[in-house]
Design a protein around this ligand. Structure first.
Ligand SMILES: Cc1cc2nc3c(=O)[nH]c(=O)nc-3n(C[C@H](O)[C@H](O)[C@H](O)COP(=O)(O)O)c2cc1C
Length: 227
């Protein structure tokens, strides 16, 4: 029986028995010689490969970790919506837990969990709001239902389902079709400017490759980390 074939087992799945060897994907190790010249070049290369991998459902999904009061961390998945030489952009509610924590402490960590291709990318850096014009340009591309949802959801607050549905109905009444829905003032983009970008490539035998771009303040350098 296959290790992961839990459906036919009477026992609950045992995570201690789950083991997967990393063949390396697409079969190449990550070396200082093959690494892109910049973190952005390397990210774009791996992102394109993640997008091309049918096993990865949402290649632009990333976990963003923030630090709140009394150094309590929190983390959640968001979607990457832009990447360029400034850094990584995602959109959210500026009154949400994550955005409130970023307001108190801009230090964040991002993780792209591309397990299906034995890779992960970890970014450390600081988050800041994007220009209002950038938020408005992106908001205009969202489906109308998502636009109304951004108005209706007091993200991270305790609510009832009935309150949410009433807020959505209010938003729909406030912005009747065919008028465009404007971006809510409490919603927008956050840009994560990286200070470190680590590329992790799983390899057989657990001696995985970890190459990290790090901004020393004078220059970006590349370091290899022990797996
Ligand atoms: C695949 C996936 C993508 C998501 N994308 C976003 C996103 O782009 N922006 C966002 O605010 N929340 C997104 N969410 C919801 C967040 O994970 C989270 O529940 C929400 O932002 C509230 O987080 P907070 O209370 O920690 O601020 C996504 C969730 C999943 C599972």
């Amino acid at each position: 029986m296959a290790e992961n074939d839990h459906m036919v087992e009477a026992q609950p799945p045992d995570p201690a028995r789950m083991r997967r060897d990393y063949p390396g994907w697409p079969g190449e190790p990550l070396t200082e010689q093959t690494l892109g010249a910049t973190w952005l070049e390397q990210f774009q290369r791996w992102f394109a490969e993640a997008v091309a991998a049918p096993e990865i459902v949402e290649p632009n999904a990333m976990v963003v970790a923030t630090v709140g009061r009394q150094s309590v961390p929190s983390a959640r998945t968001v979607l990457l919506k832009a990447v360029d030489d400034r850094g990584f952009v995602f959109y959210t509610n500026y009154e949400s837990r994550k955005a409130t924590e970023i307001g108190m402490n801009p230090e964040v960590c991002l993780v792209f969990p591309w397990h299906a291709i034995s890779r992960q990318v970890i970014v450390g850096g600081t988050a800041e709001r994007v220009a209002r014009s950038e938020t408005e340009a992106y908001f205009a591309t969202r489906p109308r239902s998502s636009q109304l949802g951004a108005w209706a959801s007091p993200q991270s607050r305790v609510v009832t389902r009935a309150e949410l549905e009433a807020a959505l109905a209010d938003a729909a009444a406030r912005f009747p079709e065919p008028e465009p829905v404007p971006a809510p003032p409490h919603w927008g983009g956050l840009l994560v400017r990286p200070r470190t970008v680590e590329f992790w490539q799983g390899r057989p035998g657990r001696l995985h490759d970890r190459l990290r771009f790090r901004d020393t303040g004078q220059a970006w350098i590349v370091e290899r980390l022990a797996p």
